[in-house]
Design a protein around this ligand. Structure first.
Ligand code: NAP
Ligand code: MG
Length: 532
């Protein structure tokens, strides 16, 4: 089984290695101008291959500049969800009977089309959800990887159907994984192309049909994905796009009796509610949910501090901490605590906060007003119960006043048990805690209901082995200077969580992901009719 060889789409790294980063910047900036000129349009839903209008609409604005409209989007209701589910249910028989080789071909074609328009997609992300150009392109690259990797997985497993032999004379047996029916796919704002595309591909390349709901804040890029799939040859009704709020559209989708399975990525609170609702229906099915994190990093006395400081700053503050994988609490060996903290503060103060369209921007704006309010509230609490070492304020720069820009924040002297060191906040906020030894560090790192991503900085091999053995986490990184906890690549670093961070413990972009979207059928035919 050739598992190792998968070439990730690495746009920026490739340009950097080739010495052509200038081309990357030019192409991105051209695409921003093109997309900006198109903004403000009105977007209906997409049901059964047709645009579907609604009476009500909602407006999406640019988080870096709230006066700039991204577009108007159909604000759906349960009645629109009914239509979309009906279209998906009608399309199911035709799609599940489509040869898996043809499905694989369509998704490969979609990957090529997405690659052709990658700059346009990255520019859309920068304008719609505030990612800087490097992070936006990484999000698009990951979406392309998901399309290609899942297509490859169906092919490698020959459609997940095989002969299981003749256990007793005359019994001819086969095993097949078969799709469930209509999948509800509900996506978050923070990887609005990668996660949306990945979940949708998982559902559909395996023969299900889908009704997809993007996060309201990132509706435009979802339209681009659905258009790409349609151009690649996904038949009408196989992928339907509904837009609107979680309560008006997401909830009725989850409650719909003709929805056979759910793929959800988002917060623990919403995920927990979805799971409960779905299991209480007449016909429960799979809920493939990827949820939040409170990702700990341990810096032992055997750490290389340079790597640790850089890894934590990048892990905590990339996309302003709005990543499920963001570094959010750091346990540092007492002997190194002061030096580590001072250097982290200095490095954090160097990070450039700017409009994400600018080439130098590192720190992004926050996605919505509730994130801004959450940031202000926890910084206030941090000032009361601990010490804010840097950050803690909304950015005062008048050039950025129309965006939700906040300072990346490093906090010390907060008890490990305190809510601000335990809950996921999804803003650029990290707490740093001294620990007396490695055991205390491991205990505190594991003392969380989450288990998504984690990092270790240590040059000691025994310590590294012990950490892998004892740490309770899905994604584990050692000495990762580029980022202590974020930035997984499809195939080599499958992405998912333990404990409350997920429901299935099988990871996106990994080898066990697709079987979750299918149910097993064991087939026996007695006698000659069963012979091949
Ligand atoms: P969210 O608020 O939970 O929303 C996720 C999606 O659920 C959105 O499309 C939302 O719609 C919808 N929704 C809200 N209420 C719903 C309901 N009652 N029924 C059905 N759908 C509903 O999450 P987010 O703010 O977009 O994303 C941040 C969260 O996602 C963080 O907790 C992060 O850790 C998690 N996340 C996890 C992973 C992972 O792989 N583990 C990856 C990325 C993000 P609206 O947008 O219209 O509200
Ligand atoms: Mg939300």
């Amino acid at each position: 089984m050739d598992q190792a060889r998968f070439e990730n789409e690495l746009t920026v790294a490739t340009h950097r290695n080739d010495g052509t980063l200038g081309e990357f910047h030019d192409s991105f900036e051209d695409a921003v101008s093109t997309v900006e000129a198109e903004l403000g349009a009105s977007h209906p839903m997409w049901i059964d291959g047709e645009p579907h209008e609604t009476d009500e609409q909602y407006t999406v604005t640019n988080p870096a500049d709230r006066d700039r409209e991204i577009g108007q989007f159909a604000a759906g209701s349960a009645a629109d969800v009914d239509l979309a589910v009906e279209a998906a249910a009608d399309a199911f028989d035709g799609w599940r009977r489509t040869d898996w080789r043809d499905r694989v071909e369509i998704f490969r074609d979609a990957a090529g089309r997405m690659r052709d328009r990658k700059y346009r997609l990255a520019a859309t992300l920068t304008l719609e959800n505030g990612k800087n150009r490097f992070e936006a392109m990484a999000d698009v690259d990951e979406a392309i990887d998901f399309l290609r990797f899942y297509a490859r997985e169906v092919e490698r497993n020959e459609g997940y159907a095989f002969d299981t032999g003749e256990p007793t004379p005359g019994q001819h047996c086969r095993n097949e994984l078969r799709p469930f029916g209509v999948f509800g796919v509900v996506a978050p704002f923070n990887f609005p192309i990668a996660i949306f595309t990945g979940m949708l591909t998982g559902a559909v390349v395996t023969g299900n049909t889908a009704v997809a709901k993007p996060a309201s804040a990132t509706s435009l890029v979802a339209h681009e994905v659905v258009e790409t799939l349609s151009e690649a040859g996904v038949p009408d009704g196989v992928v339907n796009l509904v837009t609107g709020s979680g309560s008006d559209v997401g909830q009725p989708l989850i409650e719909h009796e003709d929805v056979a399975g759910v793929a959800f990525t988002g917060s623990r609170a919403v995920g927990r509610e979805i799971r409960r609702t779905f299991f209480e229906r007449e016909k429960p099915g799979p809920v493939i949910a990827e949820l939040g994190g409170k990702n700990p990093v341990i810096v032992t006395e055997n750490a290389d501090l340079e790597k640790a400081v850089s890894g934590v700053a990048n892990g905590a503050f990339g996309f302003s901490g709005q990543k499920c994988s963001a570094t959010s609490r750091v346990y540092v060996a007492e002997a190194l605590f002061d030096e580590f903290t001072d250097r982290l503060v200095a490095e954090t103060e160097e990070l450039v906060i700017d409009d994400p369209r600018s080439a130098d921007a590192f720190v992004s704006p926050l996605i919505d007003d509730s994130a801004l309010a959450r940031y202000e509230r926890i910084c206030e609490t941090a000032r009361e119960v601990g010490t804010v070492r840097t950050g803690g304020e909304v950015v005062a720069d008048t050039d950025l006043a129309d965006g939700r820009f906040v300072e990346p924040t490093v906090v010390t002297d907060v008890p490990h048990e305190h809510e601000i060191a335990r809950e996921e906040h999804f803003v650029p906020f990290v707490t740093v805690h001294p620990v007396s030894d490695f055991d205390e560090a491991i205990e505190k790192a594991n003392d969380s209901s989450y288990g998504l991503c984690t990092g270790l900085f240590s040059e000691d091999e025994d310590e590294i082995e012990a950490w892998f053995d004892r740490i309770e986490s899905g994604m584990c990184y050692v000495n990762r200077e580029q980022s202590a906890t974020t930035g997984a690549l499809v195939q080599a670093q499958p992405f998912g969580g333990w404990k409350a961070s997920g429901t299935t413990s099988k990871f996106a972009g990994g080898y066990w992901y697709l079987p979750q979207f299918m149910r097993e059928q064991s087939r026996t035919v007695v006698g000659d009719a069963g012979r091949e």
